[in-house]
Design a protein around this ligand. Structure first.
Ligand SMILES: [Cu+2]
Length: 493
């Protein structure tokens, strides 16, 4: 396939509403052609050398850049330090850190430290009162690194209808806070961020956002909303880190190795799934927090904002495609070749068993102490509102609300998320962790997260201890939903 063919296919996807089947099988053909070559660059981010001569521990420079997703597939975006993902920021738990951010763009920017307990003034959200990094200027973020685990950082600007701003750009990276506790034995550690590129608006359905018809759907209304759905964000190109499937160096492994994979969904719009034929993933942490009951699964599901840490035992020598089970996603680039030493064959993909993702299997059975307060949050869609975009209501109103959500320090809150819409939403609470109590009526305990998928017409209940005074933003991690109303601000009284 030459470039013109590829571009034509790509454009056909862009302009053809409902043209999901027309996406290029380019990426998978690259993977299938893959043969062992000389290693050039491992498929993971690397530790950025500490900046010397100044008082900063890390520097992030926000600037326009290009990304070669595959040979002759080059896109332009905005990134950190001219790389996607940005540099891996690695720190010790409890370490005071200073991060210098240089903004070489024409618009104000915010860097959000996702999953960290940091003050509102440095959390990187305008709604919480963090000052911006002005255009062509710089600002320092200072905080103490906590809690330990897989965190990340990303732009937190509003994008609205501009699909070249905020989390639609390459402004994201891994942030690891190392714990003094032993993470267990592994032979290789890799960081894999899932992404799409070249976003556009369309009426195309996103397969993975709709509800599973077998779900209980406790929030489903008796009569469906007859209004036509608005435009959604979609994308023709997918990648893991900065490469489409088959275009980058494979992940090189040896039989008998244990690979620690830090998975991140850095997408502004789509839930993704991942499988590795003939292998299973031992899920050890969700959103960076160790789970009470690590379990082996065949398929990982990961929503925008979420992280899943897994160990994979390399015990099936061959050359395999770690990829998304949806053919169109894998063929558009969502995958990575995993190559055992001394194996030369073509990369193999096999569809995984039809496994459902269920957070609760990683939990334990334990009673939850009664909360001091329960806050019900009802989420509704206004289909095809202004600009043909869906708008979102939290308890009947688009953001901003008037002092609606109050925390008192030291109190325990139970939040009940009622999703009265036909999409799944990854709901994120800034500056806090919550514990999953119930998902669609199924109880669990011990699972600590900062982002939780509430399935279409589903219900999730979480418990939270209000112990981080300061304004606290809550929102759906799908950028378009957040921009068009799906946010709430919690204030400490
Ligand atoms: Cu949403």
């Amino acid at each position: 396939m030459n470039r013109r063919d590829f571009v034509r296919l790509g454009c056909a996807t862009v302009i053809g509403a409902g043209a999901g089947k027309m996406r290029p099988a380019f990426a998978e053909s690259l993977a299938l052609q893959h043969v062992a070559t000389t290693p050039q660059r491992p498929p993971m981010a690397h530790l950025e050398p500490k900046t010397t001569g100044g008082a900063v521990d890390f520097t992030l420079q926000i600037a326009p850049m290009t990304v070669e997703l595959a040979p002759q597939v080059v896109i332009s975006t905005i990134g950190y330090n001219n790389k996607v993902p940005g540099p891996l920021l690695r720190m010790r738990e409890g370490q005071p850190v200073t991060i210098g951010v240089v903004n070489d763009t024409d618009v104000p920017e915010y860097v959000h430290w996702h999953g960290l307990f940091v003050p509102s003034e440095v959390d990187g959200a305008a709604e919480e009162g963090t000052p911006p990094v002005p255009p062509h200027s710089r600002r320092r973020y200072q905080f103490v690194a906590k809690p330990a685990g897989s965190r990340w950082y990303h732009s937190h600007t509003m994008a609205m209808l501009d699909l070249h701003r905020g989390s639609y750009t390459g402004q994201f990276g891994f942030l690891m806070i190392d714990s003094p506790n032993d993470p267990g034995r592994y032979d290789q550690e890799v960081f894999l961020a899932l992404r799409e590129w070249e976003y556009f608006l369309s009426t195309m359905d996103q397969d993975d956002m709709a509800g599973d018809p077998n779900d209980p759907m406790p929030e489903k209304p008796a009569t469906p909303d007859p209004r036509p759905n608005g435009l959604e964000v979609n994308a023709p190109l997918y990648s893991i880190n900065d490469k489409m499937l088959g275009a980058g160096e494979p992940l090189r492994v040896q039989a008998g190795q244990r690979i620690l994979m830090h998975l991140l969904n850095a997408s502004p719009s789509q839930i993704h799934r991942l499988a590795l034929p003939a292998h299973k993933f031992l899920v050890i942490a969700l959103d960076g927090n160790p789970v009470p009951a690590p379990q082996l699964v065949s398929v990982i599901e990961i929503a925008p904002g979420e992280r899943v840490d897994v160990i994979v035992e390399m015990n099936q020598p061959g050359v395999w495609i770690l990829g998304e089970p949806r053919d169109v996603a894998r063929q558009s680039g969502m995958g990575l070749v995993v190559e055992y030493a001394n194996q030369q064959q073509r990369a193999t993909w096999l569809p995984p068993p039809n496994a459902r993702w269920d957070y609760t299997i990683f939990g334990k059975t334990a009673p939850h102490p009664a909360p001091d307060h329960t806050i019900d949050m009802v989420f509704e869609k206004v289909p095809g509102g202004p600009h043909g975009i869906n708008h979102w209501l939290v308890n009947g109103q688009e953001f901003p609300h008037q002092r609606e959500f109050i925390f008192r320090q030291g109190r325990r809150y139970r939040l009940v998320f009622h999703n009265r819409s036909d999409d799944a939403h990854p709901l994120h609470m800034h500056r806090h962790l919550f514990e999953l109590v119930e998902l669609n009526g199924k109880p669990t305990a011990g699972i600590k997260k900062d982002t939780v998928i509430v399935p279409a017409f589903g219900r999730a209940t979480v418990d939270l201890l209000a112990d981080q005074p300061g304004l606290t933003l809550f929102h759906c991690h799908i950028q378009q939903h957040m921009d068009f109303g799906f946010m709430a601000l919690f204030r400490y009284a």
